[in-house]
Design a protein around this ligand. Structure first.
Ligand code: WQD
Length: 357
């Protein structure tokens, strides 16, 4: 089993991946600033794990901190060396991810996403840790066509958030090319992760008003929001609403473990992989599926298009299928069922906020 540093491990994708890492017996060191996540997600992991009769035996180490703080990063690597061994690989989830926020606060995004990563890579190199899986995004593409987006599609992000992801990939490529006989790097380009662990104990819990569609739908269904506003009904798509490639967060987490195993078992390389299902779903289709599966009603109205949105984004996932021998297993119905169970069991998410809704 390995020692894995997980940055942003309290977040939506990070917490679901940490669960699978612990279930597989790895020792994990989680660093998270909780700027956009709750520490409660990791507390819930222990509940799930113990319910599965898996005993943590000190394999979950949690550090509250920011990747721009050298001291805490160095401490983590020192702690990992204490009882023999060292950090074998890093899963780098930490980052800000709201497209709309990145338009309003670009410097916040460049600092939080790019400077954090540069500092992390420096500390990794100083500790001779040269295996990293980076949480990249479909936002680096500029897909204006209904064709499937492949890893060789044009990289030309249309928002600051996507630009930070593309620049980090560029930095990782430069590092790899400077020492291609030592670094193992995977850029995992997520399409649209939604849903939750089937237990309903962990899930997506955006702070404030959700900028993403699925958590907004679950909050409308839970009565936290009055209605959903749909950004545009005149897109060049099947029903005029935006089409996306939604992937179950558990499939995404499993994809990370496959990528980790692949990197650790392979000679040094750099890998770019789309993590999606290859299926497109419109906003109206997602609403309809959610209502049917969960027997709820989602009131909505149409408004103007949102700045930075694209009409259609669907992954070609052929490369991850062949390279990782991995295919997403869960359906859109599973995503809707699991996501709703999380929201029902956690009407206010992890935070017991006094938010009036
Ligand atoms: C999906 C569709 C909207 C909200 C995000 C971000 C980023 C990324 C995941 C990792 C679009 C429509 C949305 C609403 C709506 N994560 N919509 N009303 O735009 O693909 O981007 O993807 O990189 O978080 O880039 O996802 O969920 O915001 O939007 O009509 O209140 O739903 O127009 O067509 P998107 P999204």
């Amino acid at each position: 089993m390995k020692k894995i540093l997980v940055t942003g491990g309290s977040g939506f994708i990070g917490s679901h991946t940490c669960l699978l890492l612990l279930e597989e017996g790895h020792e994990i060191f989680v660093i998270d600033s909780h700027i956009n996540s709750s520490p409660k997600s990791l507390e819930r992991l222990s509940t799930i794990i113990e319910a599965e009769n898996i005993f943590l035996n000190g394999k979950l180490h949690i550090y509250k901190g920011d990747l721009r703080d050298n001291k805490i990063l160095k401490k983590i690597f020192l702690d990992a060396n204490k009882n023999g061994g060292s950090i074998d690989a890093v899963l780098h989830f930490a980052g800000l991810k709201s497209v709309s926020e990145s338009f309003n606060s670009p410097m916040l995004y460049w600092d939080a996403n790019v400077n954090s990563t540069i500092n992390l890579l420096k500390v990794m190199e100083a500790n001779n840790c040269k295996t990293i899986i980076f949480s990249s995004s479909a936002n680096i593409y500029n897909s204006k066509t209904p064709q499937l987006t492949t890893e060789n599609s044009e990289i030309n992000p249309v928002n600051p958030y996507g630009r930070t992801k593309a620049v980090i990939e560029r930095i990782l490529t430069d590092i790899f090319e400077s020492a291609s006989d030592t670094w193992r790097i995977a850029n995992l380009r997520y399409f649209n992760p939604i849903g939750a662990h089937p237990s309903g104990f962990i899930g997506e819990d955006p702070q404030g008003v959700p900028s993403n569609l699925f958590p907004f739908i679950t909050q409308v269904a839970a009565g936290r929001r009055k209605e959903l506003t749909i950004f545009g009904n005149n897109w060049p798509t099947k029903d005029g609403t935006g089409v996306r490639d939604y992937i179950h967060v558990m499939d995404l987490a499993e994809g990370h473990l496959r990528a980790l195993k692949y990197l650790l078992d392979s000679k040094p390389r750099l890998l770019n992989l789309n993590l999606g299902t290859g299926k497109g779903t419109s906003v109206l289709e997602l609403i309809e599926t959610f209502e049917k599966v969960n027997k709820v009603s989602i009131p909505y109205s149409f408004v103007n298009r949102r700045k930075g949105d694209l009409p259609i984004t669907i992954a070609s996932n052929e490369l991850c299928k062949t390279c990782l021998n991995w295919t997403p297993q869960r359906t859109l119905e599973d995503m809707c069922r699991d996501g709703w169970k999380w929201q029902l069991q956690n009407p206010k998410g992890y935070f017991n906020s006094n938010e009036n809704f």
